[in-house]
Design a protein around this ligand. Structure first.
Ligand code: S3P
Ligand code: PEP
Length: 460
């Protein structure tokens, strides 16, 4: 991207295309011990680069996740006119051209594996008088984009080209003056909400997004941090109504990125299932809209304690102490899904070690992630001797009361969370689970292996 970091950043961006898949397995651990800090939150990292681009002047980001997904967003911001520089590990400077002054990119915005980056940036482009082509890898090309394009068209953007079913590659023509709209999202999705709000930033009026189930609120929080006027009020039993005043003066800001709870989930579950473990996972964001996994594990009997609860960068964070535990199966309500949507693969692994049945309800959104996660989880569990079934949109796992056979081969389908979940499974199972490809782990958790090894895990 900027200056000296450019070659290194680009080299890392293209690892997925250049390396061939490498099967990997994690070996049974005698127990995990020690402290670790997972990398910066992926959702907050994407948004920090995007809002830095929409503010005029220097935004500093500390603790940015330097994963491929986020670096792709950085590349896209640069193509829209931002100057982005790496100052040191996790420390980045973003100088935006500012809201209303973005450049039309000359090249395709290639988002690789990243749903969040591509969808949020569609919102940004949709609210500017520029045209941009969006594309990504084989996984991103399968993901539904109509859910983003539909509201953007209502706001005045035009879809000039798209692959079948509203998929990438997509050529989007944005508008100079987005219409103020009130939009009710068809599914609980922070990506849809954020795309509409980001397009609405350049509208002369008010943009309202209503969701019947609240999704993560990082866009709203960060917009407020950058000086925009955003109001959020309850809507129905579980929903929110978010109102944004258009054309704010966005001021460059300092963003401190807390550790990603979705990444923290892997060492947490590993410590729960590997006998004799006790670890502390430091600085983890405990935003209530991201904490469904912790609530569920607590119901299952997990010994998890939040220590040193504090505020960092506008978010509540805590050090999470985890001790190996006997888990019991539970019923996970559908209403909890938005607060743990990326954690179902690793929850399913925890459930495989629990006593009794865990039923996870209302998982239709898992079918449109980096892979069809519902199928990928069930196939991976079955390959490792775990009794499970999909019933409608629910996943039922019948656990082995502290044991799982393991030894199976897992197809990861370009999905980082499937890869990490089954590597973790190997730490508690009688035999290691083998994942067919671990390259995608770099999209969200580039130091996954080193962090787990630091706690005592072994890989082969
Ligand atoms: O807005 C975000 O940063 C994200 C929202 C979620 O997707 P949906 O909005 O599709 O639920 C989540 O799965 C993704 O990893 C990150
Ligand atoms: C779904 C995920 O990410 P994205 O939608 O950004 O690809 C994820 O990280 O689990």
């Amino acid at each position: 991207m900027g200056n000296g970091a450019a070659a290194g950043d680009r080299a890392r961006l293209h690892t997925d295309a250049e390396h061939s898949p490498s099967p990997l397995s994690a070996l049974r651990a005698s127990g995990l011990n020690g402290r670790c800090r997972p990398p910066g939150d992926k959702s907050v990292s994407h948004r920090s680069l995007i809002l830095g681009t929409l503010a005029v002047g220097e935004t500093r980001v500390e603790g940015l996740l330097e994963g491929d997904d986020v670096l792709r967003t950085g590349e896209a911001c640069r193509k829209l006119g931002a100057r982005i520089e790496r100052l040191g590990p996790g420390s980045w400077s973003v100088r935006g051209p500012g809201l209303g002054s973005l450049l039309e990119p000359r090249e395709t915005l290639d988002f690789g594996n990243a749903g969040t980056g591509s969808r949020l940036m569609m919102g940004v482009v949709g609210g500017h008088p520029i045209k941009a082509r969006f594309d990504g890898d084989a996984s991103l090309r399968k993901r539904p984009m109509r859910r983003i394009l539909d509201p953007l068209v209502l706001q005045g953007a035009r879809v000039l080209e798209q692959a079948e079913g509203g998929r990438c590659p997509i050529l989007l023509q944005g508008t100079a003056e987005p219409l103020p709209i009130e939009y009710k999202t068809p599914v609980a999705s922070a990506q849809i909400k954020s795309a509409v709000l980001l397009a609405g930033l350049n509208s002369p009026g008010r943009t309202v997004v209503i969701e019947s189930e609240a999704s993560r609120d990082h866009t709203e929080k960060m917009l407020i941090h950058f000086g925009a006027r955003v109001a959020s009020e309850p809507y129905g039993e579980h929903g929110r109504r978010v109102t944004l005043e258009g054309r704010p003066e966005l001021r460059p800001s300092l963003v401190r990125v807390p550790a990603d709870p979705s990444s923290a989930a892997f060492p947490i579950v590993a410590a729960l299932i590997a006998e004799g473990s006790e670890i502390v996972v430091e600085g983890v964001m405990t935003n209530p809209l991201r904490c469904g996994l912790l609530a569920t594990l607590a119901e299952m009997g997990a010994r998890i304690a939040l220590e040193n609860v504090r505020e960092e960068g506008g978010e509540e964070v805590a050090d999470i102490r985890v001790t190996a535990s006997r888990l019991t199966g539970v019923d996970v309500p559908a209403a909890r899904a938005p607060s743990m949507i990326d954690e179902y693969p690793i929850l399913a692994v925890a459930a495989a070690f629990a006593e009794g049945e865990t039923r996870m309800r209302g998982l239709s959104e898992l079918r449109v992630k980096e892979s069809d996660r519902l199928e990928a989880i069930a196939a991976g569990l079955k390959a490792n001797g775990v009794d499970c079934e999909i019933v409608g949109d629910d996943l039922i796992v019948r656990g082995g009361a502290g044991r799982a056979k393991g030894g199976g081969n897992v197809e990861t389908h370009l999905d980082h969370r499937i890869a990490m979940s089954f590597l973790v499974m190997g730490l508690g199972a009688d035999a290691p689970a083998v994942v067919d490809d671990d390259r995608m782990i770099a999209t969200s958790f580039p130091n996954f292996r080193a962090l787990m090894e630091g706690l005592g895990a072994r890989f082969a």
